[in-house]
Design a binder for this molecule. Structure first.
Ligand code: FES
Ligand code: FES
Length: 156
């Protein structure tokens, strides 16, 4: 059944009429041409499709677009301000925490969501939160370092 949803994506209001069950990821990529969120597994097991909905990390491949009605969505495209990267993006760059880049947008958004609610997470808390985001090349040590670096920078 089609529904009309109004959502705010990276600060811009969007209205879309589509199947209520259509995954938000599909709408972001195919309708709004925001291809930063990636299709990995399509069943909530890899984190490549991670975006923020009202500041909370969600897996957009298993989130029906109807659930995003009247919500604020943030994708990787919405993090930088002009030419200035978001501090978490900077931390990933500085720590060399990406290889393929396919998983990176989801990793970064999970980290952004974590640091919004917990400004000084322990390594265990970072690992638990990032647990849903898989990196096939096993770059977890650098990813942990990047999130820690971003958290420390926030404290200063
Ligand atoms: S593509 Fe969504 S969790 Fe893998
Ligand atoms: S950097 Fe993307 S899977 Fe490892």
């Amino acid at each position: 059944m089609d529904v009309t949803v109004t959502l705010t994506v990276n600060g811009k209001a969007k209205t879309i009429t589509t199947d209520a069950e259509r995954p938000l990821l599909d709408v972001l990529r195919e309708e709004l041409h925001l291809t930063g969120a990636k299709y990995g597994c399509g069943e909530g097991r890899c984190g490549a499709c991670t975006v923020l909905m009202d500041g909370e990390r969600i897996l957009s491949c298993v989130t029906p677009v109807a659930q995003a009605d009247k919500k604020a969505i943030t994708t990787i495209e919405g993090l930088a301000t002009g030419d200035s990267l978001h501090p978490v993006q900077e931390a990933f760059l500085a720590a060399g925490a990406m290889q393929c880049g396919y998983c990176t947008p989801g990793m970064i958004l999970t980290a952004v969501g974590l640091l919004e609610k917990n400004t000084n997470p322990t390594d265990q808390e970072i690992a638990e939160e990032m647990n849903v985001n898989l990196c096939r090349c096993n770059g977890y040590t650098k990813i942990l370092n990047a999130v820690r670096r971003a958290a420390e920078k926030r404290q200063r």
